[in-house]
Design a protein around this ligand. Structure first.
Ligand SMILES: Nc1ncnc2c1ncn2[C@@H]1O[C@H](COP(=O)(O)OP(=O)(O)OP(=O)(O)O)[C@@H](O)[C@H]1O
Ligand SMILES: [Mg+2]
Length: 252
């Protein structure tokens, strides 16, 4: 049975997509069966995995019953991808009138549970219906936090959304871990932020931190995860270390 992990933070640009793509690829390299579900209409993790973001069958078409889920999944050298496309952008409005609209993604991914060890969902930067679907589909959430001054801003909103979801829609939703991204350990500020984040999420912050690394920002335009784009970069090393820590924490 796959464990489903939503990569979520309603703050934009904190490294959700970078983490989703590179953690998927690193775990795939370690021999795990991994699916990346791109749940952001921007489709950055779709293209980051080297998959065309204008494919007509993607996660949206699966959710509304226009495409069988296994037909929509694309296999790549770096792991499998359930791609996003532009149609997802209208989903927030279009799905409002549908029955069980919070569970459409869960229903789609449940069909794939036996095929994978881990399914990662790349969430958009909001707490609207799409993210709600991701939180209802997920077993756990992984929260990337940028090591900068406003890092904690919005995290209490995220955690209160999680509490509401637990109370009503998905009682077993747990926190997988919190990841410090774009981290510069040479600055006092970054160290201070790390301390604050650890206080806010005791025992949940990964000891692996992701440094700011220009190779990580270049890789997506080549449609490759960092372990393929530049294996010897600090970015590649850190995401491989994260994958190993992630597996240890999952007793694997
Ligand atoms: N560790 C890093 N070092 C350098 N650049 C990074 C790092 N992590 C992410 N970036 C770059 O920062 C930008 C934002 O990262 P990313 O797209 O992963 O964030 P996001 O949280 O998915 O954003 P959004 O909320 O828009 O979906 C991207 O240009 C990405 O390439
Ligand atoms: Mg993103």
């Amino acid at each position: 049975m796959a464990k489903i992990i939503a990569i979520v933070n309603q703050k934009g640009g904190v490294g959700k997509t970078t983490t989703c793509v590179n953690l998927t690829a690193a775990l795939h390299e370690l021999g795990k069966r991994v699916l990346l579900c791109d749940f952001d209409p921007q489709a950055n993790s779709t293209s980051g995995m080297g998959v065309d973001k204008s494919l007509s069958q993607g996660v949206y078409q699966v959710m509304v019953g226009d495409a069988p889920v296994r037909e929509a999944v694309v296999s790549t050298r770096y792991g499998d991808v359930l791609p996003s496309n532009k149609a997802l952008a209208g989903a927030g409005i279009e799905l409002i009138s549908m029955d069980s609209r919070e569970f459409l993604l869960r229903n789609a991914l449940n069909q794939l549970q036996e095929d994978y060890d881990f399914i990662f969902i790349d969430c958009p930067p909001s707490l609207e219906l799409l993210t709600l679907n991701a939180l209802c589909a997920a077993n756990t959430l992984l929260v990337p936090v940028q090591g900068e001054y406003f890092a904690l801003e919005g995290l209490s909103d995220l955690m209160s959304t999680v509490r509401i979801v637990r109370r009503s829609l998905n009682p077993r939703l747990e926190l997988e871990g919190v990841l410090l991204t774009m981290f510069d350990g040479r600055t006092n500020l970054a160290l201070q932020v790390a301390e604050e984040v650890k206080r806010f999420f005791p025992g949940k912050v990964y000891s692996t931190v992701i440094p700011r690394n220009v190779r990580l920002s270049e890789a997506p335009s080549h449609g490759k995860p960092i372990t393929t784009y530049d294996r010897s970069s600090r970015g590649a090393e850190s995401y491989t270390a994260l994958a190993k820590e992630f597996l240890r924490k999952n007793n694997q």
